[in-house]
Design a protein around this ligand. Structure first.
Ligand SMILES: Nc1ncnc2c1ncn2[C@@H]1O[C@H](COP(=O)(O)OP(=O)(O)OP(=O)(O)O)[C@@H](O)[C@H]1O
Length: 265
């Protein structure tokens, strides 16, 4: 694998508010994802986690507040512009079933293609060279995410866990500086969860990117996150290391019936 790129800039979320009619889905939420760290956003159902992700990836425009990647303000940009600045996301419920693993990863490379459609269709030398380089990169990312042996396999024939990693690999094909992971282990069995945890660790170490993680699986959050922000009714009620937040009385209160924080979220 290539050497890790320079550390990504910090992702600063400052005073973000999202109002849907009368409902405050996010209420003046601020946190900073430090370069190269895994930052989890957790909270009970309806706390605002998905809304927060949708703001970070440009699907929602906040009512107030800002999201900055280094000097770049993201909140007024369309999702594809945010992706082009190096913020890629996975989707919780999209588990692709079309094409081969290679096809899906090459779709992820599409946004980085410089040769135009006509040049590619005409197989002009530059387009052919570029296509070859994209394929090599896609293969490298498949290896990194444990999909190397399945590179030419139809996605429909893969296990659920492998397909979730295709979604992750597709996002990595954008060569992001910040990766937004939306419930990466949702629906997985125990073995698949462990595998995904290992893969996220490896990609962080290998690629040096920052990861923002929304996840209900507290085991995964405790093992992976450097920092955690806890949302409740749209407000950020706690920030800290996994150990700090699981001992925080307000966090324990937010998760009704939770006494240890182990099975929170
Ligand atoms: N597009 C929308 N229009 C109106 N209300 C919305 C919309 N999206 C989310 N909400 C509301 O905003 C609040 C926060 O929802 P959100 O989906 O962000 O929470 P969440 O923490 O991701 O929940 P879950 O863990 O159940 O996925 C909820 O009350 C939800 O009903």
């Amino acid at each position: 694998m290539t050497a890790p790129a320079a550390a990504p800039p910090a992702l600063d979320v400052a005073g973000v508010t999202v109002r849907f009619a009368g409902l405050l889905a996010l209420d003046d939420v601020s946190f900073t994802v430090a370069p190269g760290t895994v930052h989890a956003v957790i909270g009970p159902n309806g706390a605002g986690k998905s809304t927060c992700f949708n703001v970070l990836s440009g699907l929602y425009r906040p009512t107030a507040g800002s999201v900055r990647l280094g000097a770049a303000e993201l909140t007024r940009l369309a999702p594809h512009r945010i992706a082009a600045l190096g913020v890629a996301r996975t989707f919780q419920n999209i588990v692709t079933t079309q094409g081969t693993v290679a096809d899906n990863l090459m779709l992820g490379r599409h946004a980085l293609s410089h040769a135009g459609f006509a040049a590619s269709a005409l197989r002009l030398p530059r387009a052919v060279r570029e296509q070859r380089a994209h394929l090599a990169k896609a293969r490298e990312i498949a290896e990194l995410t444990g999909l190397g042996a399945h590179f030419d396999a139809p996605v429909a024939l893969l296990s659920y866990g492998d397909r979730k990693r295709v979604e992750l690999a597709r996002a990595l094909c954008l060569e992001p500086r910040v990766l937004l992971l939306d419930e990466p282990v949702a629906g997985m069995n125990a073995a698949e969860r462990i595998r995904m945890t290992e893969v996220v660790r490896e990609i962080r170490a290998e690629l040096g990117l920052s990861v923002v993680l929304v996840e209900h699986d507290m085991g995964l959050v405790m093992r992976l996150a450097d920092e955690v922000t806890v949302l409740d009714f749209g407000r950020a009620i706690a920030h800290g290391t996994p150990d700090e937040v699981r001992r925080d009385p307000e966090v324990l209160r937010a998760y009704l019936g939770t006494t240890t924080g182990e099975d929170a979220a």
